[in-house]
Design a protein around this ligand. Structure first.
Ligand code: KG4
Ligand code: ZN
Length: 325
């Protein structure tokens, strides 16, 4: 079995995965959404302190599995440095105490493998990762051959939902709150411009849209918020669809996946399904409970890394806020 730890942002999670069967034997996650909600976003130092409380509590529940562990895995990049260090320090302590190898996992690869929890891998894949930290399209051949083909130049898709929710005083995380508010809104009421629509670049940008939404909020009343939310969600999604369409002209998709916390967005899922129809492409989605950050996806990557003998030396495992993908 492999024990895996996730602490890259505001979720403390630990999983135990069976190496042979890929079955998830244990998974527990303690989210900090309530604690950060009053600030309208994640406060890194507060998050680190909460991880320091939550992780040992979850680990205590894993003790019955300790004798069976063949490796310990942990998210080491990308994420908040002060929160990553909590998980990495715990993983190193476990590796030393149980004399087992250490596996440093890239969180973005984790999101890709959220598709394969308790399942076999399916490759090659074109993946859209939409989370709080990333908006990225990747061509994935296998565990180690992952090529990024489009990225955000500024804010991410999920982050723009968080910021709009904060501007409306709704709380954190903004994604589900905006989605709920937008349900009864008029998507055409506010004519926000689709970012980079005149640009030949295959890249994403959300900061301009965020500012346009800010101006609309400043000029309107609370009863208009549902229409602003609906129009924002529509344009934020239209931007993704427009750039994917452009990309598909040279690289038509066969198997396409959406992963990351914001892949739970129903409007986005629906628009992606429409987009894929003419290509008869297969759409893969993670189970809803594994879209947002979790340790099961880190464990699933670690099983593959263990099977390929990819370990990280104790002194070589450092946290790195930026990813190399
Ligand atoms: O993957 P994740 O849990 O954490 C990161 O790795 O960043 O993603 C969290 C992000 C937050 O920005 C949150 O607002 C967004 O995912 N999110 C959504 C929805 N559910 C979560 N964004 C849009 N619509 C949703 N339904
Ligand atoms: Zn994530």
């Amino acid at each position: 079995m492999i024990l895996s730890i996730e602490s890259s942002c505001d979720d403390s999670a630990i999983a135990i995965t069976d190496i042979k069967t890929k079955k998830l034997l244990f998974h527990k996650k303690i989210s900090q959404e309530l604690e950060h909600s009053v600030y309208g976003g994640v406060v890194p130092e507060l998050a680190a302190r909460l991880h320091a409380e939550a992780l040992p509590k979850i680990l205590a529940e894993c003790e019955p599995y300790f004798k069976e562990l063949k490796a310990v895995a942990v998210t080491s990049t990308p994420g908040l440095a002060v929160t990553l260090i909590e998980g990495v320090t715990m993983a190193k302590a476990i590796a030393v105490a149980l004399n087992i190898p250490l596996i440093g996992v890239n969180h973005l690869v984790g999101h890709i493998y959220s598709l394969f929890i308790e399942k076999e891998e399916i490759f090659p894949l074109t993946v859209l990762l939409v989370s709080g930290g990333h908006t990225q399209v990747m061509e994935v051949k296998n565990l180690t051959e992952i090529k990024s083909v489009a990225k955000s130049m500024d804010d991410s898709f999920g982050e723009s939902f968080d910021k709009v929710a904060k501007m409306m005083g709704l709380g954190y995380p903004g994604g589900p709150l905006i989605q709920e508010l937008a349900k009864n809104g008029d998507r055409k009421k506010y004519n926000f411009t689709i970012p980079l629509s005149q640009s030949p670049l295959i890249a994403f940008s959300y900061s301009g849209l965020k500012n346009a939404v800010r101006l609309a909020i400043e000029k309107s009343q609370k009863e208009d918020y549902k229409d602003i939310a609906a129009s924002f969600e529509h344009i934020a999604t239209a931007h993704l669809i427009q750039k994917l369409k452009k990309y598909f002209k040279t690289a038509p998709p066969k198997t396409f996946a959406i992963v990351g916390g914001a892949s739970a967005n129903l409007y986005l899922r629906c628009k992606i399904e429409e987009l894929l129809k003419p290509y008869s492409a297969v759409l893969l989605l993670s189970e809803l409970k594994y879209c947002s950050d979790n340790a099961a996806m880190i464990g699933r990557v670690a099983v593959e890394m263990h099977n390929q003998g990819i370990y990280t030396a104790l002194e070589g495992l450092n946290v790195s806020p930026k990813s190399e993908l």
